[in-house]
Design a protein around this ligand. Structure first.
Ligand code: AMP
Length: 285
């Protein structure tokens, strides 16, 4: 596995691979790798000659009061995991390499960000889109692999490649969970023991709400009330619960078609997100 830290070096690697006609699968991450990331690497490996994994905690996507400084980092461990997973190139640039000097330009996302994490984290998806565009420019992948856990992110990135005609296919992979259902996340290490025990109730609640919707409850308001009720006994606080069309992320009072049920929940030191995507029959008007 090659470890690459500079823009000139990654460009040179990519140039050689292209000259050899090899296909590239990219897995962008912020590191502190877990099985969710590894599942994306596996999916990329199954389809491409070369797998590039980027590890970059992107300051641009963190708000002023968010956890950029204390986001978990362990590059030695990540290197080991990446090597054992058959990654070919690990691209882990320092911040100054990706953002030298003052930021003069960013991508501004204008659709699908007035809801969910876009509403809770103003500017977050501008930062995500900007760094992912840079990573696409640097690694010129045939495909890039993202997790459905960050469903709004997938929707934003699909929109971005369409808008800017970026020749990269976006692959969305299923959410990998702990045995009790909690979605794997680098931020789970922030949970206290008691919070960790409780946290799987987010997924259980989403599943119950999904079942209720599939059993015929298509009224958005009532379904969200039910979901909120399931979460109210928890020791943290609800950031949002939402039910929207997917991937358009539009509100419908009567739910129908492909729907995302999503939740964001604050514990003492971690904000967790999770979602389920379901298909509902469309009711006759
Ligand atoms: P992150 O390092 O958290 O920015 O995540 C990097 C990529 O891994 C993103 O595309 C995430 O959606 C994906 N990812 C994170 N957690 C999971 C999970 N539990 N299952 C599947 N993919 C995940």
């Amino acid at each position: 596995m090659k470890i690459v830290e500079t823009i000139s070096a990654i460009r040179e690697e990519v140039r050689k691979l292209k000259a050899e006609g090899r296909s590239i699968g990219l897995v962008p991450t912020m590191g502190f790798l877990h099985e969710g990331h590894l599942s994306l690497i596996e999916a990329a490996r199954a389809k491409h000659d070369v797998v590039v994994v980027s590890i970059f905690v992107n300051p641009l996507q963190f708000g002023p009061n968010e956890d950029f400084e204390r986001y978990p980092r362990d590059l030695d461990r990540d290197e080991r995991l990446a090597r054992n997973s058959g990654v070919d190139i690990l691209f882990c640039p320092p911040v100054e390499e990706m953002y030298p000097g003052e930021t003069a330009m960013t991508i501004h996302v204008t659709k699908g960000v007035d809801v969910l994490c876009g509403a809770s984290r103003p500017g977050h998806f501008d930062g995500v889109a900007t760094v992912v565009m840079k990573l696409f420019q640097l690694t010129a992948p045939d495909e890039a692999f993202f997790g459905q856990k960050d469903a709004q992110q997938v929707a934003v990135i699909i929109n971005m490649v369409r808008t800017f005609n970026v020749p990269v296919n976006i692959v969305s992979c299923p959410t990998v969970r702990e045995e009790d259902g909690l979605a794997k996340s680098s931020r789970n290490v922030y949970l206290t023991e008691q919070e960790r025990q409780e946290a799987s109730f987010l997924y259980q609640a989403l599943r119950k709400a999904a079942e209720r919707a599939q059993a015929g409850e298509h009224d958005r308001e009532r379904l969200l009330q039910y979901l909120t009720g399931l979460l109210e006994g928890g020791s943290g606080t609800i950031d949002y619960v939402e039910a929207l069309s997917y991937p358009a992320l539009e509100r419908q009072e009567k739910l129908g078609g492909r729907i995302i049920l999503a939740v964001a929940y604050h514990y003492t030191k971690a904000r967790l997100i999770d979602n389920i995507i379901i298909e509902l029959d469309r009711e006759e008007a």
